[in-house]
Structure formats: C-alpha cells, structure tokens
Design a protein around this ligand. Sequence first.
Ligand code: GDP
Length: 296
Amino acid sequence: MFDSLSSRLGATLDKLKKRGALSESDVNTAMREIRVALLEADVALPVVKEFVARVKEQAIGQDVVKSVTPGQMVVKIVHDALIDTLGTEETGLNLAATPPVPILMVGLQGSGKTTTSAKIARKLKNDQKKKVLLASLDVYRPAAQHQLQVLADQAEVDCLPIVKGQKPVAIAGRALEEARKGGYDVVILDTAGRLHIDQELMDEVAEVSALTEPAETLLVSDAMIGQDAVNTAREFNEKVGVTGIVLTRVDGDARGGAALSMRAVTGRPIKLLGTSEKLDGLEGFHADRIANRILG
Ligand code: GDP
C-alpha cells in the first residue's frame, strides 16, 4: 500500500533540525515527497508540476509554529492548496432556465453516464419534486436506450419512448418537444459514450448541444481514469463546453487524483460524486473528502 503523505514527510522533514522558518532546502525535500504522493494518487503529471510549484512558493519562508513539526506544517499547506484547487464554491446543479431545463451528459464509454443520468433524475424528483424526462441519444451501443429505460423505471421517472432508426440530434429535438408538451421541469439527455476521444461523436455532441442549449453539460468520469483525465477533460471542455464534472466510482479504491486533474484543467466545478452502482449512490462534492483521499 501507499505511505500516506504525512508519514512520508514526517520521516524526511522531521529529521531536519527545527528552525524558525521552512528553508528552501526543507521545502525542496518536501516537494519531492509531495510529487511522488500526488503521482501515486493518479494526479496527472502536468497538474502535479504546477501544483508543486505553487505550494513551494507558499511554503518557503513560512514560520514553523512551535506546536507542530515541519512535516505536519507542510501537510497542512498542501491540504489547504488541494482544497483551494478542488474548489469550495456551492456546486449544486444550475436549473435556473425556462423549463424544460436541458442537462447534457457527456463522457467516455463506461464512465457511468447512463447510471448517473438516472441517479440525477431520481434525486431531482425526490428532493426537489421536479418532473424529469430521461432520453438516451446512444443509438450506437446495442441496448443502451433500453438500459436507460430500465433505470428510469427503477427511479420511477419517465423515459422518452424509443423510435428505431432515429438519429441522436433528432432524438434530442423530440425529447425537448415532448418535455415542453408534457410540462416537464428538466430533460436529461444521455449521449453516446466513446472509447477514446472520437471526432465524429464529438461533433455530434456539439450539434446536440447547439440545438438544445443545455443549462448544464456534465462530464461524467470514472475516478479511476488516472493520467488520461487531463486529455479527456480538456477535449470535452474545448469541444462542448463542460459546466460541471461528475466523478463516479468514488466507492472504489481510486485515490481521487482525477478530481484534481480535471478541475485544474477545465476550471469547472466537480458537482457530484457517484458512490455506488445503486440509484441512491449520488452525493454532493466535498473538497475535504477528496483532499484527504489524495493525501492518503
Ligand atoms: P456509460 O457507458 O457511461 O453509460 O456507463 P454506465 O452507466 O453503463 O456504467 C458502467 C458501469 O459502471 C455499470 O456497471 C454501472 O453500474 C457502474 N457504475 C456507474 N456509476 C457507478 C458508481 O458510482 N459506483 C460503482 N461502484 N459503479 C458505478
């Protein structure tokens, strides 16, 4: 298993004689440990570099408080910087548009988009008494549309009836139309996944986005994504303008580095965390929880 950052830093830094303030060489020693800890937590390399440079600047010359060791002090500086990068703003879904409010779900195949779509629908219905329509635009993966229908039934929310042979953009148009006619508050559009960033599918999502003008475009990502998090987040953000991130499988043993990478690259808030396969496994984002996980 990994050593926690605190124990690593304790072992190296606390050997150093206590001085009044952290010297540059103390800080350099600490930064090496921090870099390794962040990489082990699967934070993407470019993000690690930038983060370490920022923390270093903050740490040099800081007075060492008598009651703590230099190791504890650097851990506190890193922890605070992690929280700052991960974001502490209010991260609820933005539904402040004229109903039906479209929410567009995007992400790689298998990231948890379909499950998360149903989870969000269920939550909006139960917590905010919203009338929600789910619609699958995934005409590529066999049974994808049916999968959403099954989950919608479990969540006890409506799902747009499947019309065989209809193209994704046409389905999106039909979903909006049905939502308008049916007096729905929110319509959640679950787009087709892709194994890798794929130009054709990306263009399709952009087209759906232009047609529906979503209030939220949520990038759904598996917490285990690791070093690829940066490319995925950047591509989706550039092509379709992400407004928020949902990190799934936070219940697994991933260290959560993807959260830091994606937030750093897009500047978009992490809005929700998927915490189980079940439909009630959806929680709000707490930077503190992810920061502690990254630190180990
Ligand atoms: P999609 O291809 O992006 O639509 O992904 P799916 O919604 O089909 O999810 C892929 C798999 O991940 C399914 O087996 C889901 O049950 C599972 N899954 C999704 N979210 C979570 C989560 O937060 N935790 C766990 N443990 N499993 C999840």
